[in-house]
Design a protein around this ligand. Sequence first.
Ligand code: PLP
Length: 396
Amino acid sequence: MEFGQFNVNALMEITQRPDLVFVRGQGSWLEDHAGKRYLDFIQGWAVNCLGHCPPEIVQAVQKQSQLLLNPSPAFYNLPSIELATRLTGASCFDRVFFANSGAEANEGAIKLARKWGQVHKQGAFKIVTFDHSFHGRTLATMSASGKPGWSTIFAPQVDGFPKADLNDLSSVEALIDDQTVAIMLEPVQGEGGVIPATTEFMQALRKLADERKLLLIVDEVQTGMGRTGTMFAYEQAGVRPDIMTLGKGIGGGAPLAAMLAREEICVFKHGDQGGTYNGNPLMTAIGAAVFDALAAPGFLEGVRERGEHLSRGLLALAAKWGMPGERGNGLLRALIMDRDDGPAIVDRARALAPHGLLLNAPRGNLLRFMPALNVTTGEIDAMLEQLDGIITGMRK
Ligand SMILES: *Cc1c(COP(=O)(O)O)cnc(C)c1O
C-alpha cells in the first residue's frame, strides 16, 4: 500500500491501519502528516494516562537520559527503587518485578504462581481464567486469554488455563482440582467489552481462594493506575489479591509494566526470572513521574468526577437513540448500542472535518472510551456532540 509520500510496505502487516501517519500529539489531541487534528478517546489503548507528551514525562526523559539509561538488571538503580517503593506503598503488595509489556508482566505472574505451586502445593500449576478475558499476546498469555478463536491459531496452546464464566462462582468451583494453583482475572474485562467483575464475585473468589489454597491474581494492566478512579481497581472490591500485574498507564505511553506480589508469595530463586531491560532507569523514572502525577491531591477524585460526567453523557445519548445504555468504571467506559454500528461509527468519526475523533469498537454494538485521565469535561462534551452528530447522520 502507498499513500502520499509514504511507502509503508517495509512494515509487517499485522492489522488494518488507516491511511494516515501520526506525527505529533499534545494532551487529548493528535495531529497527522497532513496537519489534520484528532480528538483522541483511545490514547494508545488506555495507555497515555496523562495524554500525549505530558510535561511530566518529557522532563523525566530529559533528566534521566542524561544520567543513566541501563546498567543491567543485575545491578540496583535508583529510579526502579523509587517506583517500586511508591507502588508497594500504595497497594497491598510487598515486592515488584518490572517488565516491558503487560503480556510479559502476566508471564511473570504465571511463572510465579507455578513456582509457588511447586514449592507449596505439590506441583499444582493450573490457573483458572475467564471467557472473553485478555491477558496478552505471548503464547502463555494467549492461552490464558478467553478470546474466541485464540485456542487454535498458534496451536498447540500452553497447557493449564481452564476457562470459567465471569461473575459465575459455580463455574469457577467446577474447574478447581488438586492441580489448580490460582485464579486470574481482570477486575474489568477491557478488550472483552468493558465488563466489570462484581464486588460480590471478587469477594467470593477471595474466599474460595483462601478455602482451596489458591492464589488470586488480578490483571490490572488496563484497570490499574487510576483508570477506574482509584489507583487500582481491586481496592473498590475490598479484597487483597496475592499477585497484581500493571502495564499500559504505568508508563504513560512508555513501555513499562510490573508484576507485584505479597511477600509470602515471592518464591523465585535466583535465575528464575529476569530480562535485559527489566526495571531500567529510563522507563522507571518515567513511571515514577507518572505515579506522582496520579497520586497528586485531587487527581483521582477528578478521574471519578469526569468518569461520572462521561457516564451521564453516554446515558443521555443512549436514551435519545433508544440504546440499551452504558457501563464501565471511572474513565474506562462503553456505550452499548442497539445495533452493530460500531465499526462504521469509528470510521466516520476519524473522517470528520475539520477535526476527526478517535474511537474504538471492541464489539460491533459497543463503543469503548479510554481518554487521558486528565481529559477535560469540555473535551468529553465535544466528543459526545461529535458522536451524536454521527449517529444522527446514520439514522436519518
Ligand atoms: C493490554 C492488556 C494486556 C497486554 O499488554 P501488552 O502491553 O499489550 O502486552 C494484558 N492484559 C490486559 C488486561 C490488557 O488490557
